[in-house]
Design a protein. Structure first.
Length: 139
């Protein structure tokens, strides 16, 4: 699946690195660059959203069915300012059924401060991902 998500050229272009994945879970990081900052010198909300959205997508697709977002919402809790070197995002599956699944993503900084909470829901299509794209089953 790591290879599959290397095709996410936008996430790659902003420097997101997928760290871990398992059924219904994913973790990634983004090292902060100058071009991640907005005009008021904090990490742009779109950069934070993109990081959260990628782990959401990875976690949602770990079950083998192609999953596409139908809803996504983010709450920014703390600004990631100039001292921020890296942001991390971790997605956790909250609910899963035949057609829909729901996920929560926590975005933290390198001091482990909570920066944002993202919630998303996917529609689980009948289309299957290739077996080589799926993460190994834990255990």
């Amino acid at each position: 699946m790591k290879e599959f998500f290397k095709n996410d050229r936008f996430a790659a272009s902003v420097g997101i690195e997928l760290l871990e994945m398992a059924k219904g879970r994913a973790r990634a990081k983004m090292d902060i660059r100058k071009d991640h900052f907005n005009a008021v010198n904090i990490v742009h909300g779109a950069a934070i959203f993109t990081l959260a959205d990628l782990v959401f997508a990875v976690a949602a697709n770990t079950h083998g069915n192609m999953a596409v977002a139908v809803n996504a919402h983010i709450s920014y809790l703390k600004a990631a300012g100039e001292g921020t070197r890296t942001l991390f995002a971790e997605a956790t599956e909250v609910a899963l059924n035949f057609k829909l699944a729901s996920y929560t993503v926590q975005v933290t900084d390198d001091r482990d401060d909570l920066i944002a909470i993202f919630q998303g829901m996917v529609y689980r299509k009948r289309d299957k991902l290739m077996p080589t794209q799926l993460p190994p089953t834990p255990g």
